[in-house]
Design a protein around this ligand. Structure first.
Ligand code: G3H
Ligand code: 13P
Ligand code: ZN
Length: 309
């Protein structure tokens, strides 16, 4: 099956009340773990690449690894740029075969965000590539940009319709209280479902994207700390909130930090139990398998997209 854009995926997800998992990738084992899980449960997938990941692994290596995953799984897979910050970066990914890009103009003024997003949409649509925009600001760290909680802001439903109408953007990331990284909530998690509901009421059928959606799985944090790491305990987004979002207008749920935690916990355990180990396959294979298990659980029990490929 060839790589696809997100149009059909999101249409089916919206109608079916589930969400597609968008998992961040930057090496072979991560791609294999995610795609093996999706193949086991027959789920559609979005594999997304941040600009930092693209710099780290190289565009061509990542594309070829994903092409290999397509051959091995025969699943519908979209390859997406995560948090593109310039037209040039989006163009380079589109020209290089990505089927979807995010232009994140959320750090700009409303008018500048519209102008930048529209420029990317015009270029992308000409090449059958879908575009995700962002309105509102999540707290946390993305690439080199750190947004403090004071500088974060919820999406205003008032702005959404105008933004979508003037840009033609295919999906929209909104800020309802999630944040990037492994430290999201110190107390109880609180998401503004009222904002999501209002956007859905005003724009029925329009696909919404939820960033910062890792649950920061406590078992992995505990395992990292047990085997010599030092991670402060902090809460992520509870799974029942993700299920609720997926049943509403959220069609794409972004997960990166949980993958990092699973991989790191697994590798730490190998080194703690076998301090003399120096064959990378001996620690990367369990890490890949931990990712497979984590993603399988998300697809089946959280996102609801198992069996939807
Ligand atoms: O939203 C950010 C993603 O987790 C990507 O992180 O820029 O460190 O690759 P990164
Ligand atoms: P997490 O840090 O919660 O995994 O969020 C990832 C993300 O939003 C990537 O764009
Ligand atoms: Zn994000």
């Amino acid at each position: 099956m060839p790589m696809i854009n997100t149009v059909e995926m999101f249409k089916k997800a919206y109608e079916g009340g589930y969400a597609i998992g968008a998992f961040n990738v930057n090496n072979m084992e991560i791609i294999q773990g995610i795609t093996e899980a999706a193949k086991e449960v027959n789920a559609p997938l979005i594999l997304q690449v941040s600009s930092g990941a693209r710099k780290y692994a190289n565009h061509t290596y990542l594309m070829k690894l994903i092409e290999a995953a397509l051959i091995e799984t025969n699943l519908p897979i979209a390859v997406h740029l995560d948090h593109g910050d310039t037209f040039e970066l989006c163009k380079s990914c589109i020209d290089g075969g990505f089927t979807s890009v995010m232009i994140d103009g959320s750090h700009h003024s409303f008018e500048d965000n519209i102008a930048l997003t529209k420029r990317v949409v015009d270029y992308a649509h000409d090449k059958n590539v879908t575009v995700e925009g962002e309105l509102g600001r999540l707290a946390g760290v993305e690439d080199e940009i750190k947004v403090s909680s004071e500088d974060s802001s919820y999406t205003h439903p008032d702005e959404v319709q105008e933004f979508v109408a003037r840009t033609g953007v295919d999906s929209l990331a909104i800020a309802i209280g999630t944040s990037h990284g492994a430290f999201k909530f110190t107390g109880e998690a609180h998401l503004r479902f009222d904002i999501l509901e209002e956007i859905q009421r005003r724009m029925p059928g329009y696909p919404i994207v939820l960033h910062g959606a890792s649950s920061v799985i406590p078992e992995y944090v505990d395992m990292i700390n047990k085997y010599g790491g030092k991670m402060p305990g902090a809460k992520g987004v509870p799974e029942e909130m993700l299920r609720k979002a997926a049943s509403m207008a959220v069609c794409k749920i972004n997960i990166d930090s949980d993958l990092r935690l699973a991989m790191t916990a697994s590798i730490r355990r190998v080194f703690a139990e076998s301090p003399g180990e120096f064959d990378p396959r001996k620690y990367l294979a369990p890490a890949r398998d931990e990712i497979r298990k984590l993603v399988r659980n998300k697809l089946v029990n959280v996102l609801g997209c198992a069996g939807k490929a």
